[in-house]
Design a protein around this ligand. Structure first.
Ligand code: ADP
Length: 481
């Protein structure tokens, strides 16, 4: 296969990095080079922020009618749809995820995200507020300005859509930094943005590394807002950099360690299927993965027996093969990290029920792994693994469960499986997490908000909530005297 190359998109032109540097991008299923991409650093960040600032202050983007912005967003959605097979294959080659998932989840969700914000663009408005005295008081919702968006490698194209959709609908301009492991679909998206007629400088795309390009964006004094999705550790750095530079606004979507709770009264076959989907979807490289499995004591043995059998029957293999259910982990670093957690689990006394080792000789493949854990204190229960590893625990009753499910620094999501509607809703209220799935798992829709409690971050992406991230509210007072 021919090697690919990628450049930087600044002011609607493709450039090499000012340093002239390129970095290699790997296909994680083969460990071979997929191509190379221009490596942005602080100098390129300055140029891109300048272009975004000019586009924000002078360009037609902010001043064109919101309906026209919506039309451009619609064109973006249509162009992605037109090229969805090509984009799905590129995503699979670069990330290692199965083609069935890129075609069945990543691409449709990406297209719907742009469609949703296309429709929302002309429905963003302020309010009139009844105030004391003889005044007309109203609010304006104005775009936040120049926005830096730093995204991860687990859903490269979809995360770009979650970020760009609401930012563009509100009239912001953007500098987007894809993750260094997976820049290719964002760059292809850049070509489609130009084809859709996005004005000069509205979206700039800079592949590059975190501590250089990413940090330069978070530190930049002329960036008004930074939106970040990634690890909690880096999220804290981003917030620090935002504080130290210019107090730019921050929204963070960070790690997770979701409890997935199975009550004895659940439809247990559906709960097994949902548990598998909850942890093995996208090779477990999902911040909302159901990685802590709590099973009610009375059904524990039979549930884990079924889960083990199903986990062992999942097809791990060539991500481009339609039959494949689990592909490769994104990188050698991630692969080693996950294998390290698996060894730690074994060393701390967890019992391997399924998997527990690499799969295949080449490529970063790991077998779907199920651990039976003797206590809540194991490292694999506390820390985010970001891989295909589920750690099972059992619980006695609701009181026992509630405290333990919330015993985590994270709060992104949770799953609840029960036929008792009242109990499921009560638990949904008691769990400190931004999303709770009842009798389902990993459901997403552009209209439904997503984000974290606690150290899973703050701010809600998707839905109308995401407009808050990218707008400022101005209160205007008019004397009627
Ligand atoms: P992971 O550990 O899963 O790779 P990261 O949080 O490190 O996730 O990466 C998510 C995104 O954050 C990537 O685009 C990465 O380049 C970027 N990033 C990493 N470190 C920094 C940093 N110090 N400053 C800004 N961005 C960073």
């Amino acid at each position: 296969m021919a090697l690919r190359t990628g450049k930087l998109l600044i002011n609607n032109e493709w450039y090499e990095a000012q340093s002239g540097k390129y970095f290699d991008v790997i296909n994680p299923a083969t460990e071979e080079k997929l191509g190379s991409v221009a490596e942005a650093d602080a100098a390129d960040v300055n140029a891109a922020v300048k272009a975004a600032r000019r586009a924000f202050e002078e360009g037609p983007w902010k001043t064109m009618s919101a309906r026209e912005r919506g039309r451009i967003l619609h064109r973006i959605a249509m162009l992605i749809d037109k090229h969805k097979e090509e984009l799905a294959e590129l995503e699979t080659l670069n990330n290692g995820k199965p083609i069935n998932e890129t075609l069945g989840a990543d691409l449709p969700l990406t297209i719907e995200c742009f469609e949703y914000y296309a429709g929302l663009a002309d429905k963003i408005h302020g309010e009139t507020i009844p105030v004391n005295g003889n005044f007309l008081n109203y609010t304006l919702r104005e775009p936040a300005g120049v926005v830096a968006q730093i995204i991860p490698w687990n859903f490269p194209l979809l995360m770009a859509a979650w970020k760009l959709g609401p930012a563009l609908a509100t009239g912001c301009t953007v500098v987007l930094k894809p993750a260094e492991q997976t820049p290719f679909t964002a760059l292809r998206l850049g070509e489609l943005l130009l084809e859709a007629g996005l004005p000069q400088g509205v979206v700039n795309i800079l592949p590059g590394f975190g501590p250089t390009a990413g940090a330069a964006l978070a530190m930049h004094p002329d960036v008004d807002k930074v939106a970040f999705t990634g690890s909690t550790e880096v999220g804290k750095l981003i917030m620090g950099m935002a504080a130290k530079s210019n107090l730019k606004r921050v929204s963070l979507e960070l790690g997770g360690k979701a409890p997935n709770v199975v009550f004895a009264d659940a439809d247990l076959d559906a709960a097994v299927a949902g548990t598998l989907r909850g942890i093995f979807f996208n090779q477990g490289e999902v911040c909302c993965a159901g990685s802590r499995l709590f099973v009610e004591e009375s059904v524990r043995d039979s549930f884990l027996e079924k889960l083990k059998k199903e986990a062992e029957s999942l097809v791990v293999g060539d991500p481009l093969d339609r039959k494949t259910q689990m592909g490769a982990q994104v990188s050698d670093e991630q692969f080693q990290k996950i294998l390290g957690y698996i060894e730690k689990g074994k060393a701390e006394g967890a019992k391997v029920l399924a998997g527990g080792e690499r799969a295949r000789d080449k490529g970063y493949f790991i077998k779907p792994t199920v651990f039976d854990c003797p206590s809540d204190d194991l490292t694999i229960i506390k820390e985010e693994i970001f891989g295909p590893v589920v750690s099972a625990l059992s619980f006695k009753d609701m009181d026992d469960l509630k405290a333990r499910a919330n015993k985590t620094i994270y709060g992104l999501s949770a799953g609840v499986w029960s036929r008792d509607i009242g109990k499921a809703h009560r638990l949904a209220r008691d769990i400190k997490a931004g999303t709770v799935w009842v009798n389902c798992y990993n459901c997403f829709d552009a209209a439904s908000p997503f984000g974290g409690y606690k150290q899973s971050g703050f701010g809600r992406e998707l839905g109308e909530y995401a407009l808050e991230l990218y707008t400022q509210v101005k209160s205007v007072w008019v004397s009627l005297d």
